[in-house]
Ligand binder design. Sequence first.
Ligand code: C5P
Length: 211
Amino acid sequence: MKVLITAGPTREKLDAVRFLTNRSTGKMGYALAEAARDAGHTVTLVSGPVTLPFPAGIELIFVESAAEMAEAVKERAAQMELIIMCAAVADYRPKQIHLGKLKKQPGNFLLELERTEDILSTLGASKVAGQILVGFAAETDDLLTNAAQKLKAKNLDWICANDVSRSDIGFGSDENAVTLLGQDSRRYGIGPDTKRAVAEAILEIVTDSGR
Ligand code: C5P
């Protein structure tokens, strides 16, 4: 299959030296890309800034901001049979990017943020027939309820509910545990296990019985 996977955080510039980002390290997305490659799929990986080694045999596209990730994904989405949005895309970006370095001033500094495009919602709204669309829901509260809502709202085939309030799994860790929710209330518990093993299990389920 032609597979597109996104991974890592985005960086939203504030000024010449500062940005907003999050704790995603890209490990889960890279594990998915490598597992997909090893299962014989043709893989494109759209990656935010990470410090992981470049995986061989995968088309790798580096982006920084949510807007760049949106452009890279939307350009390629129509040809893809499976898309897994594993990236922790920023929901907001500074409304103004200052060209130089902002100087400190006395008193507080109020930063206005604006919404970024929800890439996955865009893909879900214009889904190509037969395409399998998978999202991740990183949650600290009401994990399964929120994940199930996102599955419906974003018109996905599957969503991986990921509890990121635990330090032993999730962001930065080498292990993960997810609940994979499908349409028609299909539900699979995967892990705790290495991110590579979790990636293999996710791929097996979504490619065998997905859509
Ligand atoms: O709504 P929430 O951000 O929790 O949804 C998470 C899912 O949506 C992930 O799969 C993430 O990659 C994707 N997402 C996106 N564009 C955004 C925010 C999230 O594609 N701006």
